[in-house]
Design a protein around this ligand. Structure first.
Ligand SMILES: *Cc1c(COP(=O)(O)O)cnc(C)c1O
Length: 634
């Protein structure tokens, strides 16, 4: 057999396709991260080892602040270049929509990374507004207010203007206009408004249906005209500063983006004629992430780059303005969320158990009885050859059904059934082995591969940490973090720690297809086997849920200091069992008291000694303060 090396692992897992220069494998076969895409690198194994030494257990979400800063700069640079190419005389203003990742330290890192060029924030609800109102002190930076709004929301947004927040209320429903008119008048505050249009053109990918005529948000052409007329009637049309649209997330195709841009830029110039105070063109979010690295318009990929996106946005608005005779080009706002934060976070989890698939054997064991059915299994196995491969497969399936029926009828004992089942899988394994030498693989034989995979049990919850995998078939790159000099010779699917049959990962990225297995190494008992789940920094944490009461994982911010040394800038401890239980109203004092009463009773009845009683109660209290995930020896 050919020898394996690191470059083969790099190819197999596609790390340079989706890694964007941030992730790589070193010559020792360990996965490393280069947060600044330069020579400085950090080894995941070292990070995890240091964390475990500090008592921070896996699963752990590792955040690289450097990656966030690099993304912010990359988009800034992309638009700067596009402006130069098009001799564009407006300004670019990046805005981060906080719903994509509201974690305090993430928002702070983004805010600070963009402070010099006035990076703004977007909120879509009252709680988000309340957080951002206090924190967002970058002078002159935008605070875009989207979503459904009540009186309190509008008041808060307006009041913010008195202490230096440049809030722009984006009108998504016509009813909001009268509310804003009334509240602004009461407070004596001059608002700035945006109008959200509802483009007829749709995005592409998973969220295609969030755009188009049926979209949940935005104003139609008649509504936009009414809005401007209504404001004019009240003498307030000069409040209108911004036109906004957003056709959904993870837009996989540049063709779809160009189409929406044609409609929206035209709308901008037409609205500008009615309302020349309009000076900001806000293209919303939707810039995709290439999760599988295939550079296609597949749902987990994208067929363009951020640079191409920037060029298309700038080109189309500049063309539209030129045709309409608009000399001062509008400022361009993007609300890219996913594309800004997806790369920065990596979930590290540990394999805690493996259920291996059956291996090929040369001979089946002797059947436990003279039952002729069992001998048929044996014969089938022994006579299996490349010529009768498919037929044997069908025969084996028939025999297995027969054995099941006989078991139910009481004609086969448990020991005999066990022999039949084991034999069946040995036959399957042998069919698969033999079929690798076949030129044309019948479909049912090919599908066998999917059945014959190991199950690797991993200490995490799909529902908490990768909800989009479960909810919308989103794929994420997953790979071992070590031993990449060795050939990963097992084919595996992953199972999580929840007792839900959906709590598994059985679809994996592939350049041309979706893979039904992940190549992994055999786990050694002497060292932990860690898997990294990459590009999970957008949406996953807040959409994650408490299925089976597995709580938030530990999260750690990792950064490089001026000397290039690794530092943990923030450690955000995951939920304790007590916190997870609190969400469902099991309060610690009550639980402890109820346990005490039962222990007291057992004491009286003599089934516990006082020492045992004390120990049990101590252990229970400790468990309440512990991590919700399995405690495994590192
Ligand atoms: C969700 C959302 C975004 C972010 O979208 P991404 O696909 O993450 O870039 C931007 N703007 C608005 C109005 C949103 O609702």
């Amino acid at each position: 057999m050919e020898s394996w090396d690191v470059s083969k692992s790099v190819n197999l897992y596609g790390i340079s396709n989706w890694g964007e220069g941030y992730f790589d494998v070193n010559s020792d076969g360990d996965v490393i991260v280069r947060p600044n895409r330069n020579g400085q690198s950090i080894n995941f194994k070292d990070i995890v080892r240091s964390l475990v030494q500090r008592g921070i257990q896996v699963p752990v979400l590792i955040r690289f602040d450097g990656i966030i800063r690099d993304r912010v700069n990359r988009f800034q640079q992309a638009f700067r270049s596009a402006f130069q190419e098009n001799e564009y005389n407006g300004t670019y203003r990046a805005v981060f929509p906080v719903k994509v990742n509201q974690q305090r330290h993430v928002v702070d890192t983004i805010r600070l990374a963009g402070r010099d060029f006035g990076l703004g924030l977007e909120v879509g609800s009252k709680p988000e507004l309340i957080a951002v109102l206090a924190m967002h002190d970058t002078p002159g930076a935008l605070l875009l207010c989207n979503g459904y709004k009540d009186r309190e929301y509008i008041e808060l947004a307006l009041v913010g203007r008195k202490f230096g927040r440049r809030s722009i209320i984006i009108i998504e429903q016509l009813s909001e206009i009268d509310q804003v008119l009334e509240i602004a008048n009461q407070l004596g505050i001059e608002p700035e408004l945006g109008l959200r249009m509802k483009p007829a053109a749709k995005g592409s990918g998973h969220w295609e249906s969030s755009g188009g005529d049926k979209a949940k948000f935005g104003l139609t052409a008649p509504e936009l005209v009414w809005a401007i007329d209504h404001l004019k009637k009240n003498g307030k049309d000069h409040w209108v500063k911004l036109l906004h649209f957003h056709v959904g997330s993870q837009i996989t195709s540049i063709t779809a983006i160009k189409k929406v841009l044609r409609e929206a830029t035209r709308m901008f110039t037409e609205l500008w004629k009615l309302c020349p105070s309009l000076s900001i063109f806000d293209v919303g979010g939707g810039l995709a992430v290439d999760y599988d690295g295939s550079r296609t318009n597949f749902a987990s990929s994208m067929d363009y780059t951020p640079e191409e996106y920037a060029r298309d946005v700038v080109y189309s608005i500049s063309q539209a303005c030129q045709s309409a005779g608009i000399v001062q080009m509008p400022d361009i706002v993007t609300e890219c969320g996913r594309a800004l934060v997806a790369h920065h976070a990596v979930l590290v989890m540990q394999v805690v158990d493996v259920a291996p698939t059956v291996e090929v054997v040369t001979e089946l064991a002797q059947p436990p009885s003279d039952n002729e059915l069992l001998h048929e299994f044996q014969e089938l196995h022994d006579k299996l050859s490349i010529k009768n491969c498919q037929e044997s497969l069908h025969d084996a399936i028939g025999l297995r059904e027969e054995s099941m029926q006989r078991f139910i009828n009481g004609d086969l004992s448990l020991r005999e059934k066990a022999y039949a089942d084991t034999s069946f899988w040995h036959i399957m394994a042998k069919v698969k082995r033999i079929s690798t030498g076949m030129k044309y693989l019948p479909e049912d034989v090919e599908r066998l591969g999917e059945e014959l995979r190991d199950t690797y049990f991993c200490n995490f919850s799909v529902f908490q940490s990768l909800p989009d995998f479960w909810a919308v078939d989103q794929l994420f790159p997953i790979m071992p973090l070590q031993r990449l000099r060795e050939e990963p010779n097992r084919r595996a699917t992953l199972a999580d720690m929840t007792c839900d049959s959906d709590g598994k990962i059985d679809r994996f990225i592939d350049l041309k297809d979706v893979n039904s297995f992940l190549n992994l190494h055999s786990v050694k008992s002497t060292e932990p086997y860690y898997l990294g789940c990459f590009l999970v920094g957008a949406y996953q944490e807040i959409l994650g849920d408490l299925h089976n009461l597995f709580g938030d994982t530990n999260a750690v911010h990792v950064d490089l200091d001026d000397t290039g040394a690794v530092q943990f800038t923030h450690v955000v401890e995951g939920d304790t069992v007590r916190e997870a239980l609190q969400y469902v109203q099991f309060e610690q004092p009550d639980l402890v008291e109820r346990l005490r009463i039962s222990v007291e009773k057992a004491l009286r009845e003599g089934s516990l000694t006082p020492e045992e009683a004390a120990k049990i109660q101590k252990r229970y209290r400790e468990a309440l303060e512990g991590y919700t995930y399995l405690c495994v020896d590192p």
